[in-house]
Design a protein around this ligand. Structure first.
Ligand code: PSV
Ligand code: MN
Ligand code: MN
Length: 388
């Protein structure tokens, strides 16, 4: 197995984008619990995200959600982020909370509704110009609840047309990123339910259209690392939305439910070259902290990704390849598990400190007094928005 010192160059490349909506109040369909100090506007969300980066060095950009993060002056928001040492990242569109979209948006049977949804994406592309964002991320709530309700085949064609119209508008250095999810809010059929559908749709568009894999958007038991390997192989893995699930789209802290799965995913990411910043694979969180504090929730999350990435980098790939080639099932599995069971926490703490970062970012944040400061200064924090 490699020494820790041999993996730090690769480990230093890890950058994880934070979702602005993780800092707002959130909850379930039963209750949204308010927390003290929650941001009242996008400027304060950026300030909170910058705290995560300050203590971890892992989170240099923040994804926005439009219209949840609409501001009058995106140039000012961009300058504000830069002042705080972070950048504005992916723009997430939202065609799932207007009455017009009850029966769908980009895949709707009515061309007027489709055009309304396309126009929203055009507005997002305009914002990307101001924010300097590379990626337009599209997650659709489109689908149906009952057999016979909709022509599921025509909807694929309408979706393809809508996406092509949006794709034509994005810049040469921008990307359209299509996210799939197997169900919810539609319960019978979903228009982009799986990686195969997302792949087929983006493949028809062109090179700058790629797939987003949200780890919470699969049926229980799905082998997600296989999907990672396949999309990387096909050069269509654009980004990750990391989170944990126990049951459905739980949006819990990544690495909380199944650290081994996160390790296996990172093994395939590294195997496919996805850790290299030039690979175009963007790592993001898509989480909500309903009952835990939000800023430390995000700190915990990026640390979990870092820890499992370190373990995946420690995997002895030469030994693994040799065991696989000789058909030695037990040896191959043992090599895979050796790296997973390696406790890297001490080495990571020392490495952070050598780079001028706190050894223990959770403790450093707790000691910083920021939580008290925002609880005093902010009253009436905003809700994150539905369902993130
Ligand atoms: C809804 O499932 C969702 O959680 C998707 O994962 C999106 O990425 C997110 O909302 C933000 O729109
Ligand atoms: Mn997502
Ligand atoms: Mn989701």
């Amino acid at each position: 197995m490699p020494q820790f010192s041999e993996i730090t160059t690769d480990l230093a490349q890890l950058a994880i984008e934070l979702p602005s909506w993780a800092f707002g109040n959130s909850g379930t369909r039963f209750r949204v619990f308010g927390q003290p100090g929650v941001p009242r506007d996008p400027f304060e969300k950026i300030a909170d995200a910058a705290q995560v980066h300050r203590h971890t060095g892992l989170a240099p950009s923040v994804a926005l959600h439009i219209p949840w993060d609409r501001v009058d002056d995106f140039d000012r928001l961009r300058a504000h982020a830069a002042d705080l040492g972070v950048a504005l990242g992916t723009i997430n569109s939202n065609t799932f909370q207007d009455d017009a979209y009850m029966l769908g948006s980009l895949a709707h049977h009515d061309p007027k509704v489709r055009q309304q949804a396309i126009d929203h994406h055009f507005a997002c592309i305009d914002i990307m110009g101001a924010t300097g964002s590379r990626d337009l991320k599209i997650w659709l709530a489109d689908g149906s609840n009952y057999p016979g309700q909709a022509d599921i085949r025509s909807r694929q064609d309408w979706l393809a047309e809508s996406l092509a119209t949006i794709y034509e508008r994005i810049g040469d250095d921008q990307r359209l990123v299509l996210e799939y999810k197997f169900f919810e809010p539609a319960f019978y059929h979903t228009d982009v339910p799986d990686w195969g559908t997302a792949f087929a749709q983006v493949q028809a568009l062109g090179d700058r259209a790629v797939v987003c894999l949200d780890t919470g958007h699969h049926a229980p038991g799905t082998n997600i690392e296989f999907i990672v390997a396949q999309l990387l192989r096909l050069r269509k893995l654009g980004s990750f939305d990391f989170n944990s699930r126990f049951y459905a789209d739980d949006d819990l802290i990544v690495g909380a439910a199944d650290p081994f799965q996160l390790y296996r995913i990172m093994v395939e990411v590294i195997r496919g070259g996805g850790l290299d910043p030039t690979s175009g694979v963007a790592f993001m969180l898509d989480q909500c902290h309903n009952i835990e504090a939000k800023i430390p929730g995000q700190i915990r999350s990026v640390l979990n990704v870092q820890e499992m990435t370190a373990r995946a980098l420690l995997l002895d790939r030469d030994a693994l390849a040799a065991a696989q080639q000789s058909g030695d099932v037990l040896a191959a599995n043992e090599i895979m598990m050796d790296a997973f069971y390696t406790d890297v926490r001490g080495a990571l703490a020392a490495w952070r400190s050598s780079r001028g970062l706190p050894e223990d970012p959770m403790a450093a944040y707790a000691a910083s007094g920021y939580a008290d400061q925002i609880a005093q200064a902010r009253q009436g924090g905003a809700q994150a928005g539905w369902g993130a």
